[in-house]
Design a protein around this ligand. Structure first.
Ligand code: ADP
Ligand code: MG
Length: 672
């Protein structure tokens, strides 16, 4: 058996299991070794029954008090038994486990682990795990891996399969150069992989994960370095000289540009008319007005006789950009089209032809824009909005379409400059620090569910004044069906509460792209007054007339995500409000929301979020999904990022040929 063999060569893995693993992109034994747990279950010291909290998982140490009762209820066997410690009694129940009668004998003591509830005034634990004292002692110091699963693939099967794969662990090649491993005091890779799957205690787990996080950053940065070598030298084949149209465009705007917008464009202009091709990141908080800057750059390209493309992460956002930009460009005779996954085949063909013939000036869309089928007549500028992983692969694809175009990346993710320089090593950075002067800061509140009627009354007043409202319901983990249902049901409950003249619609990920676009269009046109939605509206959506953002179960969201959601309001001149409904009175939850309550500044929020999370809190809600590493978190693991960065620096300075590290080989854990 070899590490590159299919997992089917492992004992107990047949075609059926292999098909399930394939859904998780696990094909070989090596893939399996790198399929890390997403969380861990820990076992706590047993507590007194009297002290045990109901509703959460607890361990109790108790002795069997009653004879074990086995009863048949239709096709089920129900096993019950009473246990006690010095402080109370609990009734235990199991289904279909009649053999337990032979396991438990009156007077014996076990540790039972499960969720306690109260039924008929009695404490009950259903289907508890049970352990002898010795067994439990061993568990106490361990953490059980919890894997990302797919239907039909159980945690038990994954654990067992991973365990079987561990025998091939010595074959896992550590490609990080020896010198780096020594300098940074890295533990052996195999040890880290093993300890991440089956940790020996929490401290040890952090060490192991840190090694893997290092690797993730290291390989990412090695790549960045190699790209930079290629791109920095790329010559500017699209030197733009005429900025007259841009000046006119700015003159026609209904507002004047902020200083941040002006400065950012000045830098862009210098790039576009300079010697080397532009690779620039424009960073600006939600609502700082990045789109206008993008439009100026695109218009410049078109006015100089070239084409430009704008890529958005979702169809909804692409459509919205299209509507706005097509309108803004009309006075300049610029031909704008939109191309997404749901563009009909005939229409697609027409657009492909027109792009190749140069009959389209600006094309807006999703990833469909850089597919192989698309060729451009003279594409000079590519802009990506809110998606950071516009990396090597995409750029390679583009360069196959002619000379390397200018690239502008727009982002609202509040990454501190020091980190941004590392992460976007191949990009120059412009920061829009200020907000349009006419903006009023959003007013926030964090309230409990009791406040709901008051919130609805307030929403109605805003609607009567001609404004619009968003209500966000949390995404229920991993189950899109439930998610959709939540939103649908919530809408129905609002329909009962609000007068018939208030139009309420819902939006969720299960809808077709067409349906979503239609709803967003209606919302933009003002025909929908309340939009009940999941986080699909999170990124980039712009409806300056919306003034209320109400977030149900705000405690279930990450701070960065809440900040993005809140950024959907306060985009026009009217006073806007963000109502965060907190479904719990747990102090940590309230403390976290208080950060948002106090501040509208994305950088401040990211910093505070980090402070509230400990260094081991790697399962907390992720800061941002767009700079996505499998294990690493650029905020929590900022030190590690720095270490990896310095290591790559040092390697390069010592003359180490970085390209030999990655040439032709599969990259460990990273997708660029
Ligand atoms: P983001 O940076 O979040 O992408 P947008 O570009 O969508 O923000 O801009 C948000 C809103 O602010 C839009 O309605 C836009 O027209 C408006 N806007 C942009 N720049 C200014 C400005 N200088 N003054 C006033 N409003 C502006
Ligand atoms: Mg935007």
């Amino acid at each position: 058996m070899k590490i590159t063999d299919s997992i089917m060569s492992l004992k107990g893995v047949g075609q059926k299991t292999a098909t399930l693993f394939a859904k998780k992109n696990v094909y070989t034994i090596e893939d399996l070794l790198k399929f890390y747990p997403r969380n861990y279950l820990s076992y706590a010291e047993p507590v007194d029954i009297r002290e045990a909290e109901t509703g959460s998982r607890v361990a109790i140490e108790a002795s069997i008090q009653s004879y074990v009762d086995v009863r048949k209820i239709r096709s089920l066997t129900l096993v019950t038994c009473q246990v006690k410690d010095g402080t109370g009694t609990v009734k235990l129940t199991w289904f279909n486990s009649p053999f337990l009668k032979k396991v438990f004998h009156v007077g014996q003591t076990f540790i039972f682990v499960g969720v306690l509830s109260v039924r008929n005034r009695q404490l009950v634990m259903e289907h508890p795990e049970y352990y002898t004292k010795e067994q439990y002692q061993r568990l106490l110091s361990s953490l059980q891996p919890v894997y990302p699963l797919t239907e039909g693939l159980s945690n038990k099967v994954v654990s067992k399969t991973v365990r079987a794969a561990l025998s091939l662990l010595p074959e896992l090649e550590d490609k990080v150069p020896e010198q780096v491993r020594e300098d940074c005091g890295l533990m052996p890779l195999a040890q880290a992989v093993k300890g991440t799957h089956f940790p020996e205690g929490f401290d040890r787990l952090i060490d192991c994960r840190n090694r893997l996080v290092f690797d993730e950053f290291f390989w990412f940065l090695v790549h960045m370095r190699l790209i930079r070598e290629q791109t920095v030298r790329a010559e500017n084949h699209f030197v733009l000289q005429d900025f007259g149209a841009v000046e006119k465009f700015v003159h026609n705007l209904p507002f004047s540009l902020t200083k941040g917008q002006q400065d950012a464009f000045r830098e862009i202009q210098a790039d576009l008319s300079g010697h080397t091709v532009m690779n620039r990141l424009v960073q600006g908080d939600v609502g700082s007005g990045k789109t206008v800057v993008a439009e100026m750059a695109m218009l410049a390209a078109v006015a100089n006789g070239y084409q430009a493309a704008l890529m958005a992460p979702t169809e909804v956002l692409a459509m919205q950009h299209y509507e706005g930009i097509a309108k803004d460009m009309e006075p300049f005779g610029v031909r704008v089209e939109v191309l997404t996954g749901s563009t009909r085949a005939a229409e697609k063909r027409r657009i492909y032809n027109a792009l190749a013939a140069g009959d389209i000036d600006i094309v807006i869309g999703t990833h469909a824009l850089i597919q192989d089928k698309v060729s451009y007549q003279n594409l000079a500028l590519v802009i990506t909005d809110e998606q950071h992983r516009f990396g090597v692969r995409q750029r390679e694809r583009l360069s196959g379409k002619g000379e390397e175009p200018h690239v502008l990346v727009m982002s609202a993710t509040p990454i501190p400059r020091t980190l941004a320089i590392i992460l976007y090593g191949d990009l120059d950075i412009s920061v829009i620090k200020d907000m349009p002067a006419s903006r009023k800061p959003i007013k926030n509140c964090v309230v409990g569910p009791k406040y709901r009627p008051t919130a609805y009354k307030f929403m109605l007043e805003q609607i009567q004044q001609g404004h619009q409202v968003y209500v966000i319901c949390p995404m229920v983990e991993a189950s899109d069906n439930v998610e959709a249902e939540n939103v649908v049901e919530y809408r129905e409950s609002l329909v009962d509460i609000f007068p018939g003249s208030v139009n309420i619609a819902c939006l969720h990920g299960k809808m077709s792209a067409e349906e979503k676009n239609r709803i967003m269009q209606e919302f933009a046109d003002g025909n929908i007054h309340i939009l009940v939605s999941t986080t699909v509206v999170e990124v980039g959506i712009n409806n300056p007339n919306a003034t209320v953002m109400m977030i149900e179960n705000a405690e279930k969201f990450g701070l960065a995500q809440l900040h993005q959601l809140r950024g959907r309001v306060g985009r026009g001149d009217a006073q806007s409000y963000c109502i965060m409904l907190c479904g719990t009175d747990r102090k940590e939850a309230l403390d976290r929301l208080e950060v948002l309550n106090k501040s509208n500044d994305g950088f401040y929020i990211a910093g505070e979020d980090l402070k509230l999370r400990g260094p081991g809190d790697f399962f907390g809600v992720r800061q941002s999904g767009d700079m996505y590493f499998q294990l690493g978190d650029i905020y929590c693991n900022a030190d590690m990022l720095k270490t990896a960065h310095d290591a790559v620096d040092k390697l390069e300075k010592s003359g180490f040929p970085l390209d030999t590290l990655v040439s032709g080989t599969e990259i460990y854990n990273i997708q660029l």
